[in-house]
Design a protein around this ligand. Structure first.
Ligand code: FE2
Length: 322
């Protein structure tokens, strides 16, 4: 079965090709705002302007003709409405043009599935950390159950907002990670409630500390505090669920200090830790193609309402019947 997947939930227009055996292409265009956060309308315009080129490049690299795909998968949510619309419209027109089925994919579930594919983990506790999302999940009774999550902003959002406050232009997470290596620890507010987390108090405090402390010290302390909170909640999830595997996925999972802390926690508990390739932790079409394949192979059926994009579309709403 050959599946084309389109991702457009935020700043990335990605097209992935599952050629029957592997992800044969994973092409993308990435919107970088000049200043501030993502403006949904501007991002959507950028995605639409680049859609044709990315699609062409993916099909060429993947070596599958558009007419030969068995299904067209797209990100149905969660994400920014105008951005989601771009990918959905592209997938719908392809499906109509070639008379093939559409597969609506949940973005979070796609991050999890592609990570399981690349790491070989079977039944892990999942730490899903991106700009808008921070959740700890396990698969139970055919759903990814959310054991813990952020009560306010996502971990990526915390780092981005703080990076902007420091005057950084882009790639906030990686610059913060670099600065943090040279810093020393200063205590910051630490908020874990059971397996849930809250980051806004930490953000406000860290922003205030920028006057009076070095950037390196604040970056270091911000990372150590936020990641320790996440490790504590994850450890609780591992203990409660008795799982022996942990994976991290999503954009922030690329942070090597976070990986180091999660790995250490897992070692101490006798659990295995793994993280997928960076290319697939960033938003991408390959994970949508692969998850679309799983859903299609499982014989899942969809109706018109499933093809509407949803800004809020939780992982636990999807029945995992594959
Ligand atoms: Fe994502």
């Amino acid at each position: 079965m050959k599946v084309l997947g389109i991702e457009s939930s935020a700043h990335t227009f990605g097209v992935g090709v599952w050629d029957g055996e592997r992800i044969a292409a994973n092409e993308k265009a990435f919107y970088k705002p000049k200043k501030g956060g993502i403006h949904p309308r501007k991002a959507a315009d950028f995605l639409a302007e680049n859609a044709g080129e990315v699609l062409g490049a993916a099909v060429k690299k993947g070596g599958v003709k558009l007419a030969d795909f068995d299904a067209f998968a797209f990100t149905a949510g969660p994400g920014l409405g105008p951005c989601l619309q771009v990918g959905a419209a592209a997938a719908k027109s392809l499906a109509a043009r070639f008379g093939k089925p559409l597969v609506p994919v949940n973005h979070c579930v796609a991050h999890i599935e592609v990570t399981k594919f690349f790491t070989g983990m079977k039944d892990p506790v999942v730490v899903y950390v991106s700009g808008g999302n921070t959740q700890i999940l396990i698969l139970e009774e055919k759903r990814y159950r959310v054991l813990g999550e952020t009560l306010d902003i996502g971990l990526g959002n915390l780092l981005d907002s703080f990076g902007r406050e420091m005057g950084l232009e882009w790639a906030h997470g990686s610059v913060i990670e670099e600065l943090a290596r040279k810093g020393r620890y200063v205590p910051l507010p630490y908020t874990v409630k059971g397996m849930d987390l809250a980051f806004t108090g930490l953000l406000t405090h860290a922003q205030r500390m920028l006057s009076g402390h070095s950037k390196e010290d604040v970056c270091h302390s911000l990372q150590e505090t936020a990641f320790a909170m996440l490790c504590e909640a994850t450890e609780r999830a591992v203990a409660m669920s008795k799982r022996k595997e942990v994976v991290a996925c999503g954009g922030v999972a690329q942070n090597s200090r976070l990986q180091e802390m999660l790995r250490k926690m897992c070692e101490e508990r006798g659990a295995m830790f793994a993280v997928g390739p960076n290319e697939y932790n960033a938003d991408n079409g390959g994970m949508i193609a692969y998850t679309g394949l799983l859903m299609k192979k499982a014989g899942m059926k969809f109706s018109a309402k499933d093809f509407k994009v949803r800004q809020r579309f939780r992982a636990d709403e999807v029945e995992v019947s594959w």
